[in-house]
Ligand binder design. Structure first.
Ligand SMILES: [Ca+2]
Length: 464
C-alpha cells in the first residue's frame, strides 16, 4: 500500500523542499456523510448573553429581524478531544460496513479535521471554497443553481485557481462545477482553470451523463472537455472517468511548475431520480453483506470513490510529486438521507441532513495529508470552515497573503500543521433570507432560528 511509503517521506523531505511551492490536490466528495455529535437540545443557561451576542452579530451583518423569532432552537456542539467515535460512512469515522482504506490511510497519516464545516449544499459550499467567503457575501446563500437558471458565482470574485495561477501554478478542474454556465465567462476555464473535464450542472447519470431538469421533463447531456461537449464519455462510469483524467494529468504534468488539481467527484451524490444509485456490478457484488439493496449500491459508490483516491495518490507517488504535495479530501456537505436526491448516506448521530443548518448537513468528512505537516497522525478539533482553505493553502505554499482581498476565511495552516489552537472562534453557518433560517456558532454554542422545509430536515435520520 502507498501509505506505508508516506511515512518515509516525512519531515526530511519537507525541509529539503521548503522553497518549492507544493502541489495542491483537492478531492471533493459530493454529499458524503459526516460524523457524530453529542447534541443536547434545550434551553441553555447562557441564553440572555448569547441572544445579545447574536443580535449584535446580525446587526453587524445588516440583519435586524431576529427578535421576530419566538421559537429559538439551541444546539450545544460538544467537541470531544482527540477522540474518534460514532462516525458513519468512512472507515476513519468507524464505519464497519464500507471499507475506505485509501481515504483512511490519507486521514490516519495526515490530520483528521473533526470540526470542519462546509455549507449545507453544493453551490454554496463550492462558492465558499473557491472564494474564501461566506455565501451570504456572494449572493450564493440560497439553494443551488438549478438546470436552466441564469445565475452563477459573481464574476467580480477572484477564485482560488486564479490566485494560484498568478503564482505559477498549473490549474486543473475535474468533475462537477455547479457554479454557473449561462454565459461562458462563468465556466471553469474562464475562472482560472487551465483545463476542465466534467459537468457544469449539479449531477448527472453515472453512465449516460445526462441530467434531468428539476421542474420539467427535459434531459440534457452534460459532459465537457473545456468548452466542447465530450460524447466519447457516454457509457463509462463517471468516477472512473474522472479518476483517469486526474491520473493522466499527473502523468503528463511538467514538474517544474506546481499543480493545483480540483477533483470534484460526482460520487456519492445520486444520479437522476429514476436511477439514483449506480455503481459497477462487480463492485456492488463485494457488498453482499449489506442487507439493504440501495445501501449496498451506495457502498459500492463510496468504494469506487476510495479507489479513486488511491489511484491519484499512486500517480503522484510515481511522478515523484507526492513528496511535495498537500492532499485534501472533503465532502461538500452531509448526506441527503431521505427525500429528493436521497443517497441512503447516514449522518447519524448528527442531527439533520443536507440543506439544513444542523450538524448533519455541515460538519463534514475532511482530512488533509502532506509531508509539510509538522505534527501528522492527529485528530484536530480546531474549528474550521470551508472558506478557510484559500488563505490556508496560501500560507502552506508560502505565498504572499497580502495580495488576497478581504475574506471570511482564516489561515488555519499553523493549526493544521503544528496543532496550535484554531484562530477561528466563531462560524456563520448561513443566513438564508428566502427559507428564513440562519445559524451561528460561537465557541461551543450554536444558535439557530427558522427551519428549512418546515422541519423535514430537522430529524435525526438513522442509518439504514
Ligand atoms: Ca453536495
Amino acid at each position: 500500500m502507498w501509505f506505508g511509503k508516506l511515512m518515509v517521506l516525512g519531515a526530511v523531505l519537507a525541509a529539503s523542499l521548503a522553497s518549492k511551492k507544493p502541489n495542491i490536490i483537492v478531492i471533493v466528495a459530493d454529499d458524503m456523510v459526516v460524523e457524530k455529535p453529542t447534541p443536547i437540545i434545550g434551553v441553555l443557561p447562557a441564553l440572555a448573553a448569547l441572544h445579545a451576542y447574536i443580535n449584535k452579530f446580525m446587526r453587524a451583518l445588516g440583519r435586524q429581524h431576529l427578535d421576530r423569532y419566538a421559537n429559538y432552537s439551541f444546539e450545544l456542539v460538544k467537541c470531544e478531544k482527540n477522540k474518534l467515535k460514532g462516525f458513519n460512512d468512512v472507515g476513519f469515522h468507524g464505519s464497519d460496513e464500507i471499507p475506505t482504506p485509501n481515504i483512511d490511510a490519507l486521514a490516519y497519516n495526515g490530520v483528521i479535521l473533526n470540526s470542519h464545516y462546509t455549507q449545507a449544499l453544493c453551490t454554496p459550499s463550492r462558492s465558499a471554497f473557491l472564494t474564501g467567503k461566506y455565501p451570504i457575501h456572494l449572493g450564493m446563500q440560497h439553494l443551488v443553481i438549478l438546470e436552466p437558471e441564469p445565475w452563477g458565482l459573481p464574476l467580480n470574485e477572484t477564485l482560488l485557481p486564479q490566485h494560484l495561477k498568478r503564482n505559477g501554478y498549473t490549474t486543473h478542474a475535474i468533475g462537477k462545477w455547479h457554479l454557473g454556465f449561462f454565459r461562458k465567462e462563468y465556466t471553469p476555464t474562464y475562472r482560472g482553470f487551465d483545463s476542465h473535464f466534467g459537468y457544469w450542472q449539479g449531477l448527472q447519470d453515472y453512465y449516460q451523463h445526462t441530467v434531468h431538469a428539476t421542474y420539467t421533463s427535459e434531459y440534457g447531456y452534460d459532459m465537457r472537455r473545456n468548452m466542447t461537449v465530450d460524447w466519447s464519455a457516454k457509457g463509462k462510469y463517471s468516477t472512473t472517468l474522472f479518476t483517469e483524467e486526474a491520473v493522466r494529468l499527473i502523468r503528463e504534468h511538467n514538474v517544474d511548475d506546481p499543480m493545483f488539481m480540483y477533483l470534484a467527484h460526482l460520487a456519492p451524490h445520486t444520479g437522476n431520480s429514476e436511477d439514483p444509485l449506480q455503481a459497477p456490478d462487480e463492485e456492488i457484488a463485494k457488498f453482499a453483506h449489506i442487507a439493504d439493496p440501495e445501501r449496498r449500491i451506495y457502498a459500492a459508490m463510496v468504494s469506487m470513490l476510495d479507489k479513486s483516491v488511491g489511484s491519484v495518490i499512486t500517480a503522484l507517488r510515481d511522478k515523484h510529486m507526492l513528496e511535495n504535495s498537500i492532499i485534501l479530501f472533503m465532502s461538500d456537505n452531509g448526506a441527503q438521507t431521505v427525500g429528493v436526491h436521497a443517497n441512503t448516506g447516514s449522518n447519524y448521530p448528527f442531527r439533520g441532513m443536507k440543506n439544513s443548518p444542523w450538524e448533519g448537513a455541515v460538519r463534514g468528512v475532511s482530512a488533509v495529508w502532506s509531508p509539510l505537516i509538522k505534527k501528522p497522525q492527529r485528530v484536530s478539533n480546531a474549528l474550521m470552515h470551508i472558506s478557510d482553505w484559500l488563505p490556508t493553502f496560501y500560507s502552506a505554499a508560502g505565498l504572499n497573503k497580502t495580495e488576497l482581498p478581504k475574506m471570511d476565511g482564516v489561515d488555519m495552516w499553523q493549526s493544521i500543521s503544528e496543532g496550535v489552537d484554531s484562530p477561528r472562534t466563531e462560524l456563520l453557518y448561513n443566513i438564508d433570507d428566502v427559507y428564513d433560517y440562519g445559524a451561528l456558532r460561537q465557541g461551543n454554542w450554536k444558535y439557530l432560528y427558522g427551519s428549512v422545509s418546515k422541519g423535514k430536515a430537522d430529524a435525526w435520520p438513522r442509518p439504514l
